[in-house]
Design a binder for this molecule. Structure first.
Ligand code: CU
Length: 355
């Protein structure tokens, strides 16, 4: 039995019946020359409807906020130092805007009801009042100025130069995944360029084979961060715009073709602590993409691990170096032959490519 068809048919049938009732009533009124709305004053319904809309809307908004609040763990706990400041500003802005929305909409909807049309009531023509104009210009201007100045200060702290001792991590976006690069034992990244990308041959990030600093680089699928230590993400993309987003850490920075953007922050809680705090043993921090970048955008997420410095070091030393990975797919590659020229040749190649 096709229930879908049955229900649609019933709906059509009910619609037709309703239409017939309306048409018949109309014809009866016409024939008997009755005006059913002659004495009906719609302003109570309109004004009352306005006010009811306000009450129902406010109650629904409050109930749904309370209902979903436990789900909004993103709002409850920032997992980074600067996240606390961002949340403080977010909350201040919310308090101000909620207050304004509740009060101004109360006036709008309640007055529509309170001063509705009544027999004998005449509307007051009140086109201008300088004092009111000044009040509702100056008060929002002061409030917004305070919010903006607060925000500029926090923005300046967040976007300042990363501390010298920050751990440098490269975040590489592509359609549709993230790949990370750690500098390895020498603490320096090898040169890289899109012209050197050779996915089939184990060089997904385009690391310059002539630059030996890149040999010990660690190319990883997971982002691991030590807790309590400043990290600086160097964000790149090899194709379209992406946006590297670590929502729990209040980190979001666009990955822009052709340039390296960066965001530095200090994670303040490990994955393990977060799991204990929330009682969710399955929990993982997430890296996501917040820039619609194509058909697979929705799936451009990956887990992020925050751990103690010891665990972080252990994890790093368990990763394969770029050279080892590359030689895995290119057994004939001998680094020594290439090391002689170091990075000069690579620089020329980049110059030749006009980059
Ligand atoms: Cu993306």
């Amino acid at each position: 039995m096709d229930f879908q068809l049955l229900f649609s048919s019933i709906q059509v049938l009910l619609g037709l019946i309703f239409l017939m009732v309306v048409v018949n009533l109309y014809l009866v009124f016409r024939l008997k020359e009755i005006d059913p709305f002659a004495k009906w004053n719609p302003s109570l319904l309109n004004g009352g409807g306005f006010f009811a809309f306000y009450i129902i809307g406010m109650v629904a908004a409050t109930v749904s906020t309370i209902y979903y609040y436990p789900e909004l763990t993103l709002i409850v706990n920032p997992a980074s130092e600067h996240g606390v400041e961002i949340d403080r500003m977010f909350n201040n802005t919310m308090i101000v805007t909620i207050l304004v929305v509740v009060v101004t909409n109360f006036v709008l909807f309640y007055y529509s009801f309170r001063y509705r049309t009544k027999p004998g009531r005449k509307a007051l023509y009140y086109p201008h009042n300088n004092r009111l104009e000044v009040i509702w210009t100056v008060v929002p201007a002061i409030v917004l100025t305070v919010l903006v100045f607060d925000g500029v200060g926090v923005w300046h702290d967040i976007m300042s130069d990363p501390p010298e001792d920050a751990i440098q991590i490269e975040v590489n976006g592509k359609q549709f995944s993230w790949t990370y690069r750690y500098a390895g034992a020498d603490q320096e990244f090898g040169e890289s360029n899109v012209t050197f990308i050779n996915e089939g041959k184990g060089n997904e990030l385009g690391i310059n084979l002539d630059d030996k600093r890149g040999y010990d680089d660690l190319v990883t699928r997971e982002l691991h961060l030590p807790v309590g230590v400043p990290v600086n993400l160097n964000i790149r993309t090899r194709d379209v715009l992406h946006s590297a987003t670590l929502a729990h850490f209040r980190v979001k920075m666009d990955a822009v073709s052709g340039i390296t953007t960066n965001f530095h922050f200090v994670p303040t809680i490990t994955t393990r602590e977060w799991r204990e705090r929330t009682g969710d043993p399955e929990f993982n921090f997430q890296m996501s993409c917040q820039q619609i970048c194509g058909g697979g955008h929705w799936n451009m997420g990956a887990k992020v691990v925050v751990e103690t410095m010891e665990e972080y070091q252990d994890w790093l030393s368990s990763q394969q170096t770029f050279l080892a990975t590359y030689q895995g797919t290119n057994p004939d590659f001998k680094p020594d032959q290439n090391m002689a020229s170091e990075s000069e040749e690579g620089t020329e190649k980049i110059a030749d490519a006009g980059l």
